[in-house]
Structures are given as structure tokens and as C-alpha cells.
Design a protein around this ligand. Structure first.
Ligand SMILES: Cc1cc2nc3c(=O)[nH]c(=O)nc-3n(C[C@H](O)[C@H](O)[C@H](O)COP(=O)(O)OP(=O)(O)OC[C@H]3O[C@@H](n4cnc5c(N)ncnc54)[C@H](O)[C@@H]3O)c2cc1C
Ligand code: FES
Length: 274
């Protein structure tokens, strides 16, 4: 089912899927599950995931809400998710393996669009923000749109995540792989090389803000995949709002997670970014 604006919307209710694959890429875990009853996701959309068993709620535990994850790839094997273990929810999901069940709701939210007008794409990711850029790269390649991929990581263990994209240029904070410095150094070089482009970005808030500011300075369109703490994922709780330029708020889960950078005064919004 899709909305009048072409956005793919999730069927009602959560549904169970069974994992068929678990891979490690350095500091990241990729889980794969066929989703025969769900619509195909669009790049930049996300799912709310929960493990079917031991998802909190034990005698001394709080029950966990589902957690939000970008779809990293969708292919004949199913939906792929790229996870970084940062707390109890991601920790539990990272333990899962083939045969284990997940509950999922999705695809949710508004994804990437364009680039259109013969412009090329520049994908700029930081850390686990690599995830939605992989499915976007697959989509652009299928449409024959040229797309450079620039990825920043803190160290070599995290830079192993770059193998999830084709031909990515890498920057690391500690210089252990690729350029020693910020991924926005690579982005400035790429933009100054010329040619009309649209920048697609996902990563931690300081990186997204640097991308927003650089693109504003150079007059380049940018689409930013934001992150916010999410309780429901489908517009009901208003837990995910971020302020927009000129006043008011948007809900990251339905108006985003992909937002035109021009709508934001700053991408340094509380709780936003991987
Ligand atoms: C649209 C969207 C897409 C996402 N895609 C991915 C993905 O592809 N891969 C991935 O590993 N993670 C992704 N995340 C982040 C993931 O949802 C959180 O890391 C996860 O909810 C943390 O849960 P936890 O129980 O492990 O840790 P918690 O104990 O809930 O949190 C651990 C730490 O992360 C912070 N935190 C938790 N959730 C968020 C959030 N949503 N935004 C900012 N800070 C947060 C907490 O304040 C805390 O410091 C995405 C989030 C959103 C909103
Ligand atoms: S997460 Fe509930 S409204 Fe966005």
C-alpha cells in the first residue's frame, strides 16, 4: 500500500519474521529476515523491531518498547538491518541468529527522493548511519544514477562497515583507515570538484550539522536522515518531534526520518542522528 505522495506505508499491526542470517562487519551486526507479507521498503524508511523472546519484562526488567532501525538493504534474501550494540535493546537484537523470531512493524516514515534533473548523488554517512545509504546506493545503481559514497568512522573496527557499500571512500577519526579526519573533509573535496549534485546524509548530529552547514554554504541540496527517540514510530506519541526553521515542529517518524536540510535551522537537534 502507498500514500498519494508515493510513500510506502506499513500494513496495520506488527508481524513476526524469522531470521535467516546474522553477519558481523567489525563493530556492526547485520541481521537478515524474509518479510513475505510486507511491502517493499523505500530507501530511507525504517522499521520498529523487537525480539520475540526475552525482550525485557522479566522479573527484574522493564519491558522494552520496539526500537527503530533503518532498512539497510532489501533483496531476494529479505530485509537487512545493520545494528550497533549501544544498550539493552540493540544488545538483545545483536544476540539473535538464524531461526530466531523478530516482531516488526514497517516500512515506516518518509525516505530519500531524487536526485532528478540529471544531478549526481553524493552519499555521506557516519558510523551506523551507513545503513540507509546502502539501500539508497542499490536503488541509484539500478536507476543508473552516478553516486559517490563517502563514509566516516571512529576506527578500523567500525570502518569494516564500509564493506556494505560499493566503492566507498573512508575517513577515520584515528587515521587507521583511509583519510585521517572527518568525512566532511571528503565531502568538501567532492562538492568542490564540481557538477550539480544532491547530498544524502545520515550520521551523528554533529556530522549532520556539518553537512547541513557545508551544503548551505555551497548552495547544494541536502537530504538528511534524522534520528530521534521513538516510542511508537507512526505518529501517535509526539515523542520524536524536532523544531523546524520558522517555528513549529516535525515528527521524525512520519515527516522524516529523511528531511530536506533547508527545513532545519540546525541538525543539532536533541536526540537526532545516529
Ligand atoms: C529512524 C531511525 C533509524 C535508526 N536506524 C538505526 C540503524 O540502522 N542501526 C542502529 O544500530 N541504530 C539505529 N537507530 C538507533 C536505534 O534505534 C537506537 O540505537 C536504539 O533504539 C537504542 O536502543 P537500546 O535499548 O540499545 O539503547 P538505549 O538504552 O535505549 O540507548 C542507548 C543510548 O543511545 C541513546 N539513544 C537511544 N535511542 C536513541 C535514538 N533514537 N536517537 C538518539 N539517541 C538514542 C540513549 O540516550 C542512550 O545514550 C535508528 C533510530 C531511528 C530513530
Ligand atoms: S515516535 Fe511516536 S510520534 Fe514519532
Amino acid at each position: 500500500m502507498s500514500e498519494p505522495d508515493g510513500r510506502q506505508v506499513a500494513p496495520f499491526g506488527r508481524r513476526p519474521v524469522t531470521l535467516t542470517e546474522r553477519r558481523e562487519h567489525g563493530a556492526y551486526v547485520v541481521l537478515v529476515a524474509p518479510d513475505p507479507h510486507g511491502p517493499a521498503p523505500q530507501p530511507g524508511q525504517f522499521y520498529m523491531l523487537a525480539a520475540a523472546e526475552r525482550w525485557g519484562g522479566g522479573p527484574d526488567e522493564r519491558p522494552f518498547l520496539p526500537r527503530a532501525f533503518s532498512v539497510q538493504r532489501a533483496d531476494a534474501a529479505g530485509l537487512h538491518f545493520m545494528l550497533e550494540d549501544v544498550g539493552p535493546g540493540t544488545g538483545r537484537l545483536c544476540e539473535l541468529g538464524p531461526g530466531d523470531e523478530l516482531w516488526l512493524t514497517g516500512p515506516l516514515g518518509t525516505g530519500f527522493s531524487g536526485p532528478g534533473d540529471g544531478r549526481r548523488a553524493i552519499l555521506c554517512g557516519g558510523g551506523v548511519g551507513t545503513a540507509p545509504l546502502a539501500i539508497l546506493q542499490d536503488d541509484l545503481r539500478a536507476r543508473g544514477v552516478p553516486a559517490a559514497a563517502l563514509l566516516g568512522f571512529r576506527d578500523a573496527a567500525h570502518a569494516a562497515g564500509a564493506e556494505l557499500l560499493h566503492g566507498a571512500r573512508v575517513a577515520t577519526d584515528d587515521g587507521s583507515v583511509g583519510h585521517h579526519g572527518l568525512v566532511t573533509d571528503l565531502l568538501r573535496d567532492e562538492l568542490e570538484a564540481g557538477g550539480a549534485a544532491v547530498v544524502y546524509s545520515c550520521g551523528p548530529p554533529p556530522m549532520l550539522e556539518a553537512v547541513r552547514a557545508l551544503c548551505a554554504e555551497l548552495g547544494v541540496e541536502a537530504q538528511l536522515a534524522l534520528e530521534a527517540g521513538m516510542a511508537c514510530g507512526f505518529g501517535a506519541c509526539f515523542g520524536c518531534v524536532v523544531p523546524v526553521r520558522g517555528g513549529g515542529y516535525l515528527r521524525v517518524c512520519v515527516d522524516g526520518p529523511v528531511v530536506d536540510a533547508g527545513r532545519l535551522e540546525t541538525a543539532l537537534v536533541a536526540g537526532a542522528g545516529h
